[in-house]
Design a protein around this ligand. Structure first.
Ligand code: 13P
Length: 279
């Protein structure tokens, strides 16, 4: 099986210290905003659906939605399933034509994580679908972090999942957190460097909303090829929509409101795309 366009892009980005951003999207409107921003900066981009989006709409419909934007896009828009803890959901997304899936076994034991990841890698291979796994934990939301050691990805675990399960890319818990954080997350760059030196595959940095630009650029120089950005997109969407609805709730009509909101989401997406443009 030839390597897919996305697998080749990730490899070349790794060699060139460049970075693809994956934006969590929820519907046609924030997807629209991402596609406008990607056209403006003239770069490939990834859009990612969290499991609740897939549970509500199906991966089939998400695939069709993104397909609808491809003829309007100057560059590829890759579709990724983000943080699926379910092997079955990954398989369904692969069947429905996703370009990439993440199997997240980070809350399980290393052995279970490896087993789950291996099963998804095997299923994805004939379809040429990229597989992301996770070692360590990304803080925030429902993730239970008992101690510093607990969230920090270990080099030996990263090596084990790389060697025994064979994912294409690996998300590493090195101090970043999902969402807005009260203080700037302290990234363990030493650990990132150790992991990058120990395994050959590219790394993924989650929690993009709260990471300062300088840390993002440093991480890219250290082997990160994919940055995940979510919270800043959906909070902009919700807050701007709330403002628009509040102007006159009785006459609020979605397309008129979204005409105002989409450009504001686009500005936020563009700002994050520019943050990695130096790479
Ligand atoms: P943020 O919500 O902090 O941007 O993180 C998104 C993410 O890592 C999705 O996997």
């Amino acid at each position: 099986m030839d390597r897919s366009e996305l697998q080749q892009l990730v490899t070349s980005y790794h060699e060139q210290h460049r970075c693809l951003i994956g934006f969590n999207i929820n519907d046609v409107y924030d997807l629209h905003a991402v596609s406008l921003a990607a056209n403006e900066i003239d770069k490939p981009v990834m859009v990612m659906t969290y499991p609740p989006v897939v549970e509500l709409n199906t991966s089939y419909l998400c695939r069709k939605m993104v397909d609808g934007f491809l003829p309007l896009s100057q560059n590829p828009i890759y579709l990724h399933l983000d943080h699926s803890t379910s092997v079955d959901m990954c398989k369904q997304a692969i069947d429905d034509g996703y370009d990439s899936v993440m199997i997240d076994g980070s809350q399980k034991s290393l052995t279970e994580n490896i087993t789950m990841t291996r099963e998804v890698v095997k299923y994805a291979a004939p379809a040429g679908v990229l597989v992301e796994a996770e070692i360590g934990k990304i803080k925030g939301r429902d993730v239970v972090v008992k101690s510093e050691d607990d969230y920090l990805a270990s080099v030996s675990d990263a090596k084990a999942i790389y060697e025994e399960a064979g994912p294409d890319i690996l998300a590493v818990g090195i101090g970043t957190a999902h969402g807005f954080t009260p203080t700037t997350p302290k990234i363990h760059f030493n650990r990132l460097e150790e992991i990058a030196a120990a395994i050959r595959i590219p790394l993924v940095l989650h929690g993009g909303t709260g990471i300062p630009d300088a840390d993002i650029l440093r991480a890219i120089q250290t082997g990160v090829v994919k940055l995940n950005v979510g919270t800043i997109v959906h909070t902009t969407y919700m807050k701007e929509l709330y403002t628009e609805i509040g102007k006159d709730v009785d006459t609020a009509y979605p397309p008129f409101l979204m005409k105002e909101v989409i450009p504001r989401i686009k500005d936020v997406v563009l700002d994050r795309l520019k943050a990695v443009q130096a790479t």
